[in-house]
Design a protein around this ligand. Structure first.
Ligand code: CP3
Length: 350
């Protein structure tokens, strides 16, 4: 039976766990960013990493999507690369991450530290604690996140993004022991980083394995799936449900469904109704509007959200989201239409 009058935290947690809700909760990946004029104002005169480390300003931009676009959850403002310099890796954003010395040898991996994120990135915990205190009165849920080991490793081996990560794929066959050792260290880092975020107040955590979908199914089974399962097993998911996101992952959907996560977040190339049938009662789904559709007229966004919600009803639980992050030039009105359309679902049902 749908339950009405849920507060936003309860609605999100229930959808993640597959318990009845009145309507799907809604938020947007990369909801705080350059498409918001108020973000660009705060970002002026600061580098991206300076903004990530500035507790006051990071709290401010984390909260912006609530008023600006009506999002129903806050994701901590940070980046998947924020905990990486603490391992002893030099990197900068131009605007994507660029690594000074790409990692290709065992000696380089052995030299990497696995720091306690509470010590290496104390500002992340501080931002989360401040956000949780801000959000408590309105009962808006707080989401933490990390990059998954394969996606982080792909950048660290390649040195930068933007290509097809051929160097990382070469390492898989030319020096598998190097990639294995790197993934092992990154897995420790990611588990510690997510656990620390839950400790600091994150009520849900999302693991971004954006580039794992570049692998063939058998390589995904060997290099990615066991890592997800290890992370899921080591986190306290009863305290904070785990969402797993993989971009261009329709060919590895069955592995995602067996990742041990509570929610699988799919991109728009996946048919949500078909994914729901495959998921059955095992796991909830998140997604999956093509972010380019936020450029469409408001009534088109409403119609697409109605369709997605209908498809999502076949799932154990459904969190409305995009299929990938907001684009840097997303119209604010389109993002607003997306969250308004989610709220309109409840009125239609009443
Ligand atoms: O969702 C949110 O609003 C929270 C913040 C967040 C950022 N990055 C802020 C950011 C999250 C969850 C991320 C995740 C992230 N970062 C991923 C995985 C998800 C995805 O989008 O695929 C990846 C691969 C990165 C790495 C990264 N960071 C790239 C490639 C870039 C440059 C290109 C781009 O898309 O902007 C960044 C920079 C970045 N991370 C910005 C923001 C707001 C832009 C910074 C700026 O110039 O102001």
């Amino acid at each position: 039976m749908p339950r009405s009058g849920l507060d936003p935290t309860e609605r999100l947690l229930r959808a993640c766990r597959g318990e009845p809700v009145d309507r799907p909760p809604v938020w947007l990946m990369r909801q705080a960013g350059r498409y918001l004029p108020e973000y660009r104002r705060v970002r002026e005169g600061l580098s991206f990493l300076e903004l990530c480390r500035d507790v006051e300003k990071a709290v401010e931009v984390s909260l912006q999507p609530l008023d600006a676009v009506g999002s129903e959850a806050v994701i901590v403002f940070s980046d998947i690369f924020v905990p990486v310099p603490g391992m002893g890796i030099e990197l900068e954003f131009r605007p994507g991450p660029v690594v000074a010395e790409p990692i290709r040898s065992l000696a380089q991996v052995e030299a990497l530290r696995v720091p306690d994120p509470r010590e290496s990135v104390p500002f992340v915990g501080e931002i989360l604690r401040r956000l949780r205190a801000e959000l408590a009165p309105s009962r808006v849920p707080l989401i933490g996140f990390a990059g998954a080991p394969f996606t982080l490793a792909a950048y660290l081996v390649e040195g930068r993004g933007g290509g097809d990560f051929v160097q990382a794929k070469r390492l898989m066959v030319e020096a598998p022991e190097v990639l294995r050792a790197l993934l092992a260290k990154l897995t420790q880092l990611v588990v510690a980083h997510l656990a620390a975020q839950v400790e600091a107040g994150a009520q849900v955590v999302q693991l971004f394995d954006t580039w794992a979908g570049l692998l063939a199914p058998d390589d995904y089974a060997e290099w990615v799936q066991p890592v997800h399962r290890e992370i899921a097993a080591k986190l306290d998911r009863a305290r904070a449900p785990l969402i797993l996101y993989v971009n261009t992952g329709s060919h590895v959907l069955d592995f995602m469904l067996e990742s041990g996560a509570d929610v699988v977040s799919v991109d728009w190339r996946v048919d949500l109704a078909a994914a729901a049938r495959r998921a059955g009662g095992r796991i909830s789904l998140q997604g999956n509007l093509d972010p380019a559709l936020l450029f469409a007229p408001r009534e088109v966004v409403f119609e697409r959200v109605r369709r997605l919600a209908a498809a999502g009803r076949g799932a154990r639980g459904h969190v409305l989201n995009l299929g990938h992050g907001c684009l840097p030039d997303t119209p604010v009105a389109g993002a607003r239409a997306f969250t308004d359309a989610a709220r309109a679902l409840a009125e239609a049902a009443a």
